[in-house]
Design a protein around this ligand. Structure first.
Ligand code: GNR
Ligand code: NI
Length: 181
């Protein structure tokens, strides 16, 4: 198990369409465990997808019990939405790869999906309300899509511009305090 670094936008690795896994073997289970440990190390993360740690595989984890006593992890490989509701809901979303920015995103209120679980078993699942929103947000990551891609171009570029500025500051500070050898 390991806590991995979470990549933040704008980073080209967040824009890539990830590849399905052949099967859920020990290597993929190890990745699922690392994703869970990395997500739990963040104060508020309710989901994390492999591309957010620089791994272009269709693997994600979700735990909607954050803040409660008993964890309830859900691990998925190759998730596929097979149907979604006509009714839409708007939810305020955030993303560990878009730190400190939040915006309303409109998505189908419920989805039905297939995925491979931790034991490589095919599962079908119906999700609605917040779980459905989280699953769609995570599956978007596997397709190189961030929640800001659902906003207007103006809002998106404003957020990306602020993020690049923050990142330049961080990099400059790190460089300035690094020992000169
Ligand atoms: O922690 C997260 N919260 C959240 C809130 C509303 C909609 C989606 C999410 S997922 C996000 C963690 C994350 O970035 N997952 O990719
Ligand atoms: Ni996200």
């Amino acid at each position: 198990m390991a806590i991995l670094d979470i990549i933040t936008a704008p980073d080209p690795r967040l824009k890539v369409k990830s590849t399905p896994v052949d099967r859920v073997d020990d290597e993929v289970r190890g990745l699922m465990d690392d994703l869970l440990e990395t997500m739990y190390a963040e104060d508020n993360g309710v989901g994390l997808a492999a591309p957010q740690v620089g791994v272009a595989k269709r693997v994600l984890v979700i735990d909607l019990s954050r803040g409660e006593e008993v964890p309830d992890p859900l691990c998925m490989a190759n998730p596929e939405v097979i149907s979604f509701s006509e009714d839409l809901v708007s939810t305020e979303e955030g993303c560990l790869s878009v730190p400190e920015h939040y915006a309303e995103v409109v998505r189908p209120a419920s989805v039905r999906l297939h995925y491979l679980d931790r034991d490589n078993e095919i599962r079908e699942m119906d999700a609605e309300d917040f779980p459905a929103i989280c699953i769609q947000h995570e599956i978007d990551h596997l397709d190189g899509v961030l929640f800001i891609d659902h906003l207007t171009a103006i809002k998106r570029s404003m957020i990306l511009r602020k993020l690049s500025k923050t990142r330049k500051h961080t990099t400059a500070k790190t460089a300035a305090t690094a020992p000169v050898l």
